[in-house]
Design a binder for this molecule. Structure first.
Ligand code: PNS
Length: 164
């Protein structure tokens, strides 16, 4: 049987514990899971592409069948280039559903044989998002437990750089 390959795409600005939970779950389902970071974001990201990739690699390094890559252009084209059979996405709450459904159906229209697989993160992460993490840290709040420790450090350095 050919190996099953899934792409977990996103902006990961930055990776949260919710993303990590999903990566761990996805790595159990597929032979290979490629975490793919979108390079051409509409908005100015907090972390550069290389910073996001470096953090992802550091926190997923212990998971044997997970790799981290970048992509631009259409996700379906990237998935075809990687010979992936599935796209992995997380659904936290009803509010995610509409956006995710639209994307999944549009991707199906573009690539009918590529399936989107939805997984739910642990309940304790259902309210965690990169956007809220950025907002909390910018306003001096604590993101402990919401992101991996390394990311917490990087966030602090980014928002409150050490003065010489
Ligand atoms: O984590 P995000 O920001 O919600 O991820 C969105 C992402 C990267 C999955 C989506 O924007 C995407 O796939 N972009 C690539 C361009 C593309 O294929 N667009 C059509 C999607 S229907």
């Amino acid at each position: 049987m050919p190996e099953t390959i899934a792409i977990y795409p996103g902006s990961f600005d930055p990776i949260t514990n919710g993303h990590l939970d999903l990566i761990e779950r996805g790595s159990q389902l597929f032979d290979r899971l490629i975490v793919a970071v979108l390079t051409n974001l509409d908005k100015e990201p907090l972390f550069s592409m290389s910073e996001r990739v470096e953090m992802l690699r550091a926190v997923t390094g212990g998971i044997r069948n997970v790799s981290v890559d970048t992509f631009s252009g259409l996700l379906v084209d990237y998935a075809a280039a990687k010979k992936a059979q599935a796209i992995l996405r997380g659904i936290r709450a009803f509010s995610d559903y509409e956006y995710e459904l639209q994307m999944a159906l549009m991707n199906r229209k573009l690539a009918p044989t590529l399936e989107t697989v939805f997984l739910m993160p642990a309940v304790s992460y259902t309210y965690v998002s990169s956007r809220l993490v950025r907002e909390i840290i910018r306003n001096g709040g604590s993101v402990k437990g919401l992101v991996p420790e390394l990311v917490e450090e990087r966030l602090r350095e980014k928002v409150f750089p050490q003065k010489p």
